[in-house]
Design a protein around this ligand. Sequence first.
Ligand code: ADP
Ligand code: ZN
Ligand code: ZN
Length: 719
Amino acid sequence: MYIKVLVELSAFNIDKCFTYHVNDGLKDKIKIGIRVLVPFNNQELEGFVLEIIDEVSDSMEIKDILDVIDSEAILNDELLWLGRKISDETLSTLISSYQVMLPRALKAKNGHKINIKYQTLVEIDHLEELSDKQQQIIDKINEKGKCLYSELKKINSSVDTLLKKGILRKREIEEYRLNIEDIPRYPVYSLNEEQNRVYLAVIKELNHAKTFLLHGITGSGKTEVYMQIMDEVIKNGKTCLLLVPEITLTNQIFKRIASRFQDIAVLHSGLSDGERYDEYRRIKKGEAKIVIGARSSVFAPLENIGVIIIDECHTDSYQQDVMPRYSAIDVAEYRSAYHHCPLILGSATPTLLQYAKSSKGLYQLLELKKRAGNAKIPEITICDMIKEKKTAKTIFSETLTTKIKEKLLLGEQILLLQNRRGYSSSIMCLNCGYTMKCPNCDITLTYHKNKDIMRCHYCGYANKKITVCPKCHSEDIRELGMGTEKIEEDIKRVFPAVRVIRMDLDTTSKKGSHEKIISSFERGEYDILLGTQMISKGLDFPNVTLVGILQADASLFIPSYRSCENTFDLISQVAGRSGRNKRPGEVVIQTFNPDHYAITLASKNDYISFYKEEMKNRLVGKYPPFFYLSQVIIKSRDYDFLSREVNKIKNILESRLSNMIIIGPSTLHPFKVNNVYRFGILLKYKKELDLKKVLKEMINHYKSNNKIKIEVSFNPSDI
Ligand code: ADP
Ligand code: ZN
Ligand code: ZN
């Protein structure tokens, strides 16, 4: 027997299967989709079995596999198919497409062993006449159903005697590491009329691969609708997959869903490798009816999926920006087709592309225009910081200061958002303008006051804060910009008694810290939650009645065709966190551009007008949704070589692709990451049948050259 094995050799740009021989001793254990250990260039590598073949024409050079790793296939038929599809569609290596689907414990890699934990249970084998003390054990087991050996032994030493006599027997079962704390009860609502219409539209299509765009304003009760649809799906004996953008959201939504359903598994980056592995195995064994998780959980090995829901579907985080550059939404569409089940994309601010697809009928549009229950849309005030600046002594406008004081007196809670997109606090010499850059990356270091260090957010490089300018020796070194830490200081100065908690990259680097911050704020232990983008989406704090957005326009002028859309989203999303319960909410937007349409229309909650206005700009600029946009990314450590090759590549693309606007090559930002230089060539096109073919040939052409790496990002979110 021979098999074709896919191994990871990304360092060599190699992405293909190698043939191995299986000796008779291992033959029976071979299945497609399991991992095996194979020899490769004097190394031992793990790889996936993709094909079994009986005969080969020339068996001279073929080596034997060393061992079989799995007893069950870890890539089932659907995942095998998905991997090929992703690799074809995104021009990523096949091995990277399979690896991204699996938890670390199941990837084809060597080195890290993540074990399954076991527990020993004690069960009754048969009954006999027993002493009182022995009978107590039997009663206990009968009462609890199953008992842990270790616990029984602690309370009653006769357990060993009973085991010896064969009255009891031991059984090993897999233990799951993730412990779910007590779940608070959330009410079940009967759907209002709008919600019910959405519900019925989806229920009608439960056996069809249909994509819905659920455009529902914040607080309109989308989550309640999701839950009732899932309820119906589970009643039909099927499973549900729910994606949320970030770990901060997973927990809140998880609690709401867990208070109503059983057999839920969660998958997100906040779990340890062991916990992830355990959750994954539960799903694979069919023990989970609902899977909730972030981007990569779109690959959860659920069978018989009855609905896929992608909440906050406008979010960038559904797009992976390293190989394989897949979009979880595309993958969800493939899986919805495979399982003949609906896909629901939910958001208060769908991307322009998503909304355009719904107007073209590619998605069925469903709408929720009112807040659920009795909550009202918050009242939004735009604060012109040019006027305010003349009087203000802090970064808080008069208006915001007054409102914060009011809310504090009432004992209500406040969210403050620091808009940091395209912006970070750094240190600058005021004499010569010197700023400190990362030696590995072309990027300014960010200053972290609590540790007094400068850190690179791309590669992690850190250095002590400088006190003397290395260029001009001046000591006039100043902090620039306004990080969350600095704002926290300001808050404490202006409102001395206030209890403020900060949520940003710094305070959430430890495992479980997101969760801690959110639940302590939820419990009312703090008055103000100050945070970055992390706090803008989906969170539901009933006691929050004021939201302040500190630099609403910071994201407006970053060089991206989506900067207006991003600003509109951010304001709408964060404003939606205010007044979600009985008390009315307020929002204060501080901006230097009070008349910009992204800001005025967001403050009026007017998505449709924003959509129309922004579509005009996209048409003029030849951007999506009118044109497709893709980026060829070319990387190398050798700058001279790279700058020559990128021009060649552009020329080839120009000669081979006719209906295409080709822009560049230009340097990417940051230009250098971890000592690798990066160029990009931007492609804009309406329809180009040859595109994938030409790009694939290009990638293949450079495959043998280890000095250069080419990747393609289709519809990137960060241009
Ligand atoms: P969204 O996901 O659209 O932001 P949620 O599902 O979080 O909205 O709902 C907002 C609030 O309204 C929640 O506190 C929720 O419990 C409540 N809610 C949802 N549906 C109803 C309903 N039919 N009647 C009353 N309250 C509801
Ligand atoms: Zn200087
Ligand atoms: Zn760096």
